[in-house]
Design a protein around this ligand. Sequence first.
Ligand code: HDE
Length: 728
Amino acid sequence: RKPGKVVKAAVEKAVDKVTELVNPPIPGAPASEPPSLTEPTEPRGPLPPKPDQTGPETVSPTGTPTGAPQLSQGQQGEFLTTAGGTRLYDTDHSLKAGERGPTLLQDHHLREKIMHFDHERIPERVVHARGYGAHGVFVGYGTAANVCKAGFLGDGVETPVFVRFSTVLGSRGSADTVRDTRGFATKFYTQEGNFDLVGNNIPVFFIQDGIKFPDVIHAGKPHPDREIPQAQSAHDTFWDFVSTHTEATHHVLWNMSDRGIPRSYRTMEGFGVHTFRLVNADGETALAKFHWKPKLGVHSLVWEEAQLLAGVDPDFHRRDLADAIESGAHPQWELGLQIMPDSPQQTFEGIDLLDPTKIVPEELAPVQPVGLLTLNRNPLNYFAETEQVAFHLGNLVPGIDVTDDPLFQARLFSYLDTQLTRLAGPNFNQIPINRPHAPVNDMFRDGFHQHAVHAGVAPYRPNTLDGGNPFVAKAGDRPFVEVARPLPKAVKVRSSPASFADHFTQPRLFWQSLTPVEKDHVVSAFTFELGKCYEQAIKERELLVLANVDATLCAEVAKGLGLPVPEKARLKKVTPSPALSQLGQTWPSDGRMIGIVVDPADLDGVRTVRETVLAGGMVPLLIAPTGGPLGDSGLVAQRTFLTARSVEFDALLVAGDSPDARVTLMIQEAFRHAKAIGAWGTGRAAVEAAGCTGPGVVLDDDASKVLADVTTLLGAHRVWERFPPAIA
Ligand code: HDE
């Protein structure tokens, strides 16, 4: 044998071994071929998708075909073809008049390949461009029956769903962890048609009337002259707008709180924001607000961590969601309803339910659980599913209706309208991810990208030629019927009700409901964002706004900005709502990332800790000076001192001492970000040398005790006791 071949075989064997160690086979998964160092020479059939991935469902839970294609066309069929299906013998060389000659116009494959590539991008969403989606299932509890007749809320009814999370301001390629509101849009493919709940992770909005949406978005997007800054609210135009448009104050307070920088999509609440009108089987109506409550609790990043992550791993939230689903840690949320009587005034306890800048405190109207959402499958293809999914608030089902909230009403127009350009035509409901699982019979015909081949000659009503089909549904056939509500005697006006003028009571309620640590973070966020503004007048005007929210908040931000504190405003007394705070509870540590700096001298100890972490439903990541197998231990380093950064981990365990400055930095960052740190063996010296001791730092000779204590600390997410808040 030639020596070269021996070396190659040895390298291939080593690569296979490492691949298996890094990606251990998933039980029950179809066996896949090991990757090869050389290009395959024989054609083969399509590869199966990964076990955690599927495309849009082809049949509904009751067996009705959804119209989605059986298996999407993949690039892994046996032979490369043109779009017309003709087999090709070469795709690497254009057709030329001689090897050194000019390219010929007749080269159809060249022209088709480049033409298609030139048009691969579609316009990104005008807002919420950066997003990530997952498939899942919603199971109703049946507890909503007294207020809502929607079939999907029935006891044990299973409904497929697709959820898309997003940031609002950034472009499609922007970082995940920026300070922003997050979108939480859910498409329920119910047996009564699609229901889209297009919500956010913040329960209020910047504006009370949809006509202001272009204003708030123009202010938040990058400055039109230089197109900076990307995906940020820390700039003059945003603060110019919100400091003059004080109905935004409540939403701004939430954005400046920890809610603006979630730890994960899995640890965010979701809100329908608007008040909806529900109808039960007897035709009785109630007003309601939708809530999503994450089973893992509400957790956030700290600001420095969010900033570092934007560079270290701009896909942090995407990766987190996809990895969690792939590893079987399926995130769950309970859907809940706050129910309020459908009174003629449409107010509750003095709160105007048509004003989307107001919440109803949970202490006044408890959130009643009505079903469970589980995200359990990653999309097969980002573009086909996550990018092409089109939500619309008008996708309602019998039992759920709109209200006259002027923000809601404007949205009912916008979402249909925007898809026309984004998805190039009116047939976007035929794209597989948007197809309802209920039978569709809409008499809409033709248009760009028409996929259906409609039979019949009479797409109109009334007709006799198609036997009068389709017929309209009678009451017993469960049609969607708008609630017939008497309208108040009114004149046409461009103005808002007087109750919409209270812009400060609820921001104050939010502020007063936070714990001192959370208040500290709000002060820092305001100080940071306003500190990034150039115009002095904008900062001073925002301080006047804050003076109307709370004197301490205003004074602390003014101190940070080095500006005089404005005169005290007369402030209303409010009753705090403890439910608004995200601290003070203990949560499961499932799916948390645990970084383990290994000790090459005690790999048995590392193995035991790693296995315990895995058994506890958390994810261990071993960090070593270099990559590859760790001695003969069977362990493999997943991170090296070069590729690891503290921000990736929820807690850090240090098993070995290392003179490497990057390990010291890792420990110090984790300490600064109030994360639990544990060390045993020689790792204790590393933590002490980094100067990181005190609350939440567990140093012990017994590794299993260290891990147990760190897991308990994770239940509270961070060790806030480490840094006593400046605000009482
Ligand atoms: Fe949206 N919004 N929005 N919005 N919104 C869009 O629709 C709009 C509002 C929300 O993952 C767009 O398909 C107007 C509130 C989410 O695909 C667009 C107004 C809330 C998503 C649009 C609002 C939202 C969008 C852009 C004021 C929380 C992402 C692309 C009247 C309750 C959905 C698209 C996805 C997307 C318009 C206000 C949430 C342009 C005019 C309030 C989660 O149609």
